[in-house]
Ligand binder design. Structure first.
Ligand code: IMP
Length: 199
């Protein structure tokens, strides 16, 4: 099956291709199919935003479209940055600026529990959809560590590993990450759908 990933994030693409290729899914980028739109993420939940992105790209391409909406949820910040993770602190900040702002907002906070959340939605041209959610629990680190991954990975501390998310190899990250967890369930659901055993 061919599907388009509704994203311009090359690192997300690599993480998702690695898992979905095991299913024989050929994941195309928006550039591959010449569709440059970036749907506005007007939802207030990861589920709503994943659906908005997947439906828009499916409609523009006529192909099944897969979207991931993800973010970092911090307990002590009432769930922020949450669905606004990519826009935390406004347009002027890059990934480093965003995790620096997070550390500043967490200064002196004892409860550092947080989780990454990923919701994957596939919108099919026949109107059907598949949606799955994955989480990965950790704590907000006191400072950055590691060079891998992207986004908030340098400040996402995994106590049981004694490492930040950015210190994991891509394979290690996929094996425990929110996106990896959502994708593994997604893969099972898609397998059932493709084999006609989902009813
Ligand atoms: P989205 O592209 O609208 O889903 O925004 C996701 C945002 O959440 C990214 O820009 C990152 O800031 C953050 N995020 C999502 N997944 C990860 C991850 O695996 N590591 C670090 N940050 C992530």
């Amino acid at each position: 099956m061919k599907a388009v990933l509704a994203s311009h994030n090359k690192k997300k693409m690599a993480e998702m291709r690695a898992i979905l290729s095991e299913l024989g899914v050929e994941l195309l980028s928006q550039a591959d199919v010449g569709v440059d739109i970036e749907p506005e993420e007007t939802g207030t939940t990861f589920e709503e935003n994943a659906r908005i992105k997947a439906e828009a790209i499916m409609q523009a391409t006529g192909l099944p479209a897969i979207a991931d909406d993800s973010g970092l949820v911090v307990d002590a910040l009432n769930g922020e940055p949450g669905v606004y993770s990519a826009r935390y602190g406004g347009e002027g900040l890059d990934d480093t600026g965003r995790w620096q702002l997070l550390l500043k907002n967490m200064k002196g906070t004892e409860n550092r529990a947080c989780r990454f959340v990923s919701v994957i939605c596939c919108a099919f041209p026949d109107g059907s959809q598949l949606m799955t959610r994955g989480e990965c629990h950790g704590v907000v680190a006191e400072g950055p560590r590691g060079e891998g991954g992207f986004g908030y990975d340098p400040v996402f501390w995994l106590p049981e590993k004694g490492k930040s998310m950015a210190e994991l190899s891509p394979e290690e990250k996929n094996s425990i990450s929110h996106r990896g967890n959502a994708l593994r369930v997604f893969k099972e659901e898609l397998e059932k759908k493709l084999n006609g055993t989902d009813q």
